[in-house]
Structures are given as structure tokens and as C-alpha cells.
Design a binder for this molecule. Structure first.
Ligand code: 6GU
Length: 238
């Protein structure tokens, strides 16, 4: 783990564009994301789409052409914002969280964690003008088969999954390489002290001091849990 006083090389910059930028304050100001920012590993910059809004009311959305319920994000504020950003630096990808995107996976997080500059564009209301998706967005990502009110929570999910993979973002003892999905198996059960609590006992093997036996037990537990809960993960390996 990098100490606050240590200066690391900036590995990734993520620019998030949103009409509700306040959403990000609490999460980015806490936990691993905050520490990675303080250590200089990652920089996350949130941009308020309304700063690029139209007219006196800084409008960012409008009714859909052809009619229909709800409001659609207009193209101009988004093009203006992304053009301003791309004048300042080159971006590897413009990500657009949407339920009709490709499913977000650990493999995708691994890949994105090796990029230098990412934009995540958050849609809101009913959607975003298709011209934005056709001409600015490079990758559409869904975080699961359910519908959320906007791209803000998915943007945070994607950002968290990327940043925790950066070398130095989490300690060696909690190395991201041992994660569920990196190993191809779900995680083993974990216990801490006390060895007995209200009549519930920590499995004997974990108190044995026999590291080979403990490793074999954990592997077995992870395999059994995966077999029951996510047999699809075992199929993928073969
Ligand atoms: Cl990426 N966006 C929204 N609005 N809803 C979702 C989603 C994304 N992924 C699953 N549901």
C-alpha cells in the first residue's frame, strides 16, 4: 500500500461527464478510490454537463424527435464537453454506460485498467441523442440485466473495478489477482477471531497451522461453491 506521502506515477485519468455531478462526491471521497487519488495513482475528474448547457437555463435535454415520453440528452453540450477534453489530451476510449451495452466483466475491467485516459459519459432521463452514440462513444457497457435511472452508478462501478486493479491501489495482502473471477472461481469462506463465537466454530483446518492443508481446503471450498452457485464459470474454463 502506498502511503499518503509517497508520490506514485499517474497511471490512469478518468473523466466522468454527468448532469448530476453531486452523485460522485461521497464515493470518490472515500475508500480505495480516495486513497488512489491521494497517492497520485489515478485521477478522476467529474464534469458537470450543465456547464455546457444551452441558453439561459443551461438546458441539456429535450423532448424526443417524433414524440414519446421522457427527455433525451441533446447532442450539443456533450459534443462541446468532449471536444474540450480531447483538445487537452488524447483519450483511449469514450465509455457509455447503458443497459443495451456489452456486459461488464472482470476481463473488461482488466483491459480498461491498462488505458491511460478514459471518458465515461453518463446518460440520464430516457437516453441520449443517437448521434452521440454513433460519433463519440467507442464502447457501450451494461453492468447487468436491470434498469437504473442513469449512468452515474454504473460509472462508479466501472471506475471502482478499474482503479482497484492499479498496482499499489490495494495492499499485496489483498492482491487483486486472488479475486473471484480472476481465479475463475468464487471466493473461499473467510474467518477471523474468535475461534468459537456463540457456539459457532472456525473450521479446524484453519487453526492447524498446516499451510498446504489450508490452501487445499480453500481451493476445495472455492470449487464447491462455484459448482453450486456459478457452474457457468467452470464451463467457460474448458
Ligand atoms: Cl450501464 N445504465 C443504466 N441506466 N441502467 C443499467 C446499466 C447501465 N446497466 C444495467 N442497468
Amino acid at each position: 500500500m502506498l502511503r499518503r506521502s509517497q508520490v506514485a506515477k499517474l497511471l490512469i485519468r478518468i473523466d466522468i461527464i454527468s448532469g448530476v455531478p453531486q452523485t460522485f462526491e461521497s464515493v470518490l471521497g472515500a475508500s480505495i478510490l480516495k486513497r488512489a487519488a491521494e497517492a497520485g495513482l489515478a485521477e478522476v475528474v467529474v464534469h458537470n454537463l450543465h456547464d455546457y448547457g444551452l441558453g439561459r437555463y443551461k438546458q441539456v435535454d429535450d423532448a424526443p424527435c417524433g414524440g414519446g415520453a421522457g427527455m433525451i440528452l441533446r447532442p450539443e453540450p456533450i459534443f462541446d464537453c468532449i471536444e474540450k477534453l480531447t483538445e487537452e489530451r488524447e483519450y483511449d476510449e469514450v465509455l457509455f454506460p447503458t443497459p443495451d451495452g456489452a456486459m461488464f466483466t472482470q476481463g473488461m475491467a482488466n483491459e480498461l485498467s491498462m488505458k491511460k485516459n478514459l471518458i465515461i459519459l453518463c446518460g440520464h432521463y430516457r437516453g441520449v441523442d443517437q448521434r452521440v452514440r454513433d460519433h463519440l462513444v467507442t464502447r457501450e457497457i451494461s453492468i447487468g440485466d436491470y434498469v437504473l435511472t442513469g449512468g452515474e452508478l454504473p460509472a462508479l462501478v466501472i471506475t471502482d473495478a478499474i482503479i482497484r486493479l492499479l498496482p499499489g491501489a490495494i495492499g499485496d495482502s489483498e492482491s487483486a489477482l486472488g479475486d473471484s473471477f480472476q481465479t475463475g472461481l468464487l471466493d473461499t469462506p473467510w474467518y477471523t477471531k474468535p475461534a468459537e463465537y456463540r457456539g459457532m466454530n472456525v473450521p479446524e483446518v484453519l487453526l492447524s497451522g498446516d499451510h498446504a492443508k489450508i490452501a487445499a481446503w480453500r481451493e476445495e471450498q472455492a470449487f464447491e461453491k462455484t459448482k453450486v452457485r456459478r457452474p457457468d464459470l467452470l464451463d467457460e474454463e474448458m
